[in-house]
Ligand binder design. Structure first.
Ligand SMILES: [Zn+2]
Length: 233
């Protein structure tokens, strides 16, 4: 990850070099910033461009941030606890050779190449959660979809996107949208949300048939729904 000063703020971004003529800047829903640069572009030129687009980048970040669920104020410093798969992990912020996040010995380590700043730790964690959410959701869906064979439905398109007050949704076209924050919930709660959304591929509304299918595929689902509602994220 690269960084550049922008006023009093530090903008952290990923640099990807590709064969192209112009430089593109992207802000992704996981709050990561990407500079897609021509092979020959110098890093200082890329940084200049990032600074020039600073206002736009912040606008994009604010847009995606509004979907973050309301959580207690976090400072992203050692000693805080952060949830992952229903367990609380003690956060340890350390200096490291690479910016990275690792779960070991019941603790969540965030290594920073530079002096650890709240913004960097927050960004690294958001990406880590997002990537783990994607892997987990894909795995559960590919396992669960096997159980819907008799309905002749195809594996749905899945999008991971932050949403206000929602864990998942299913569009009329059969695309499933999942909140990356769900990765903080226990595995069974994740399964419940995904099975619920998959059932919508068969029955779009919350009718009797929908609940019959949900009950068949995940007996005792109410317990996991309640557990999810009681979890403080
Ligand atoms: Zn539903």
């Amino acid at each position: 990850m690269e960084d550049v000063a922008y006023g009093t703020q530090t903008i952290y971004f990923h640099l990807r070099r590709v064969e192209r003529k112009t430089l593109a800047i992207e802000v992704h829903p996981d709050l990561s910033i990407w500079a897609i640069a021509p092979l020959k572009a110098s890093l200082s030129d890329v940084k200049k461009r990032i600074v020039r687009r600073g206002t736009w980048i912040n606008k994009q970040l604010n847009y995606f941030e509004q979907f973050l669920p309301r959580t207690p104020e976090r400072e992203y410093v050692s000693g805080e606890t952060h949830l992952y798969l229903g367990r609380r992990y003690l956060l340890r912020v350390r200096h490291g050779e690479e910016n990275s996040v690792k779960l070991k010995g019941g603790e969540l380590f965030v290594y920073c190449k530079t002096k650890p700043k709240q913004e960097l730790v927050r960004r690294l964690l958001a990406e880590w959660y997002y990537n783990h959410a994607k892997k987990r959701f894909d795995k559960v869906i590919s396992e669960q979809i096997q159980r819907y064979k008799r309905f002749d439905i195809e594996a749905p398109e899945v999008e991971i996107r932050r949403m206000k007050n929602r864990w998942g949704s299913c569009t009329p076209k059969g695309k499933i949208i999942l909140n990356p924050e769900l990765i903080k919930a226990p595995g069974k709660c994740i399964e419940y949300v995904l099975i619920h959304e998959l059932c919508h591929l068969v029955h779009p509304n919350h009718g009797k048939q929908f609940y019959a299918l949900l009950g068949e595929l995940l007996p005792g689902w109410v317990k996991w729904k309640e557990k999810l509602e009681q979890t403080i994220f």
